[in-house]
Structure formats: C-alpha cells, structure tokens
Design a protein around this ligand. Structure first.
Ligand code: ZN
Length: 259
C-alpha cells in the first residue's frame, strides 16, 4: 500500500465508500484550517496568544468569566469570518447522495451545518466539543441565541437567574456532553466505513473513535496532512489537504453512482 499513488488511493477510497452502507465522517481542526481557522493549538493559533489554562478554563470561568469573554471577541472574529471550504461541501454532498450516516466533529465552528450538512437526510452531527452557535447559562442551563443577549457592551453576560452565560462550547476541565459522546461512539460501532479528516488524533476521547470503528470491522480511510499516532488503523491513508481530496472523491463517486 505504501507504493500506491495518491490517485490510486482516491480510487480505493471511492470504492470503499460506494460499497458501504453506513459511513461516518470524523473531522478535526485540520479540516477547518482550509477555511482560515488556524488550529488553536498551532503556532500563531488562538492558544499561542491566550493561555487556555486560564482563558478557556471552566474552573476559572465559573469563578470569574471576565478573561474568557476578553478572549471571546477574538474567537468570534475568527469564527464569524470563516466560510465552509470545498471539503465541507463535499461532505454535505455525500449526505445528499445517501452515502453518509453521521458526522462527528471536534470543531465548534458550525461550518458543516453552514455547508448544508444535516439538512439533506437529517443525519446527526455530533459536536464533541460543543458548538459556537448557541449560548447557555451555567446555572439554570437556559439557552440563548447570539443577538438575543448583549455579549459586546458588557464585561460578561449574565442570565436572568444571575448565572454566568457561556457559548455552548466545551471549555477545558468541563465534562463533554454525555449523550453526544455516547451517540458518537455508537455511530462508530455501527459503521462499516469510517473516514477521518484533518485530525492527528492527539486528544481523547476523539482518538477512541477510529479504534471502535476498526474493532467492529469498519474499513478506515484517513485524510490528513500529517501522520497520526494511529496510522496503522487506516486501510487507506491519504496524506494531503482534505478539501481537494474530498472534492475528488465526491466527483468520482458521483460519476460512478450515475452509471
Ligand atoms: Zn440562568
């Protein structure tokens, strides 16, 4: 397999997806870098300017949300200015073709939804690290939309119940949403094709996902710019940018399905 050309690997990936009846796509930060969102962990990323142990710590937030909301303005600029890239549209296209059953993402940027994912066949999108699209009170769990509450002209927004309000993103030290994680793991256990896109699988529980899929017999496709710690799981490893590769996969798949 090492000697396989990239074109040949793409053909193999198309064949696997075509033959599969339950495909899960898993996306990490690398998938959104092509939308102009630098990996927060990378050089020049958000965490190089704001120590996440302070600015994105759930414990700190519960004591005093000031620091989080200082950082938030910059986070918001990054997210609001980002657009879905061709890779997001290719994944949405997979759903349209009836060839995708679930998306699991580590990204909070809602770019999958903005590209149309979830709206064609109502497939679930499991956002392991929460979502930027909504706000929530940490005390009464009441949810708010952006715009519904002033987050700009205040030190930090406060709920009617006097609880602090935060985006529905998961901060460091905060528990992952239990239902989301369980459902994502179940999707991995039930799939027969697992496509990893733009994640180096450095953090758990994200790195459990391909292991669960593999253990249950799924065929595994990795599309990542760098090697991962789990390359040996992959049946096909395409070491490249995800947007152009996914675009090629979709084009070939569509051509084959229309015959
Ligand atoms: Zn409240």
């Amino acid at each position: 397999m090492n000697m396989m050309t990239e074109e040949k690997k793409i053909d193999e990936a198309v064949k696997i997806i075509k033959e599969s009846s339950n495909t899960v796509v898993f996306t990490g930060a690398g998938h959104s870098t092509e939308s102009g969102i630098a990996d927060f962990r990378s050089e020049g990323g958000l965490w190089s300017r704001y120590d996440p142990a302070i600015y994105a710590s759930y414990q700190y937030f519960c004591q005093d949300p000031t620091k989080f909301w200082q950082m938030h303005n910059e986070l918001e600029d990054i997210l609001v200015n980002a657009e879905p890239n061709p890779g997001h549209y290719a994944i949405a296209e997979l759903e349209k073709l009836g060839k995708l059953q679930a998306i699991i993402t580590q990204n909070i940027d809602i770019l999958h939804q903005r590209a149309g994912s979830g709206s064609y066949q109502n497939i679930p999108i499991y956002e392991l690290h929460g979502t930027y699209g909504k706000l929530v009170c940490i005390k009464c769990r009441n949810e708010y939309k952006y715009g519904e509450i002033d987050t700009k002209n205040v030190k930090f927004p406060v709920c009617k119940c006097s609880g602090y309000i935060k985006p529905k993103v998961i901060l460091f030290g905060e528990a992952l949403p239990v239902g989301v994680l369980e459902n994502a793991m179940a999707a991995c256990a039930n799939c027969d094709c697992f496509i990893l896109v733009g994640s180096s699988l450095m953090v758990s529980p994200a790195n459990f996902m391909p292991v669960i899929a593999k253990k249950n017999g799924a065929r595994i496709i990795f599309i990542n710019k760098e090697h991962t710690q789990m390359d040996e799981l992959a049946d096909i490893f395409i070491k490249d940018y995800s947007a152009p590769i996914l675009t090629k996969i979709i084009e070939k798949l569509k051509a084959q399905l229309s015959h």
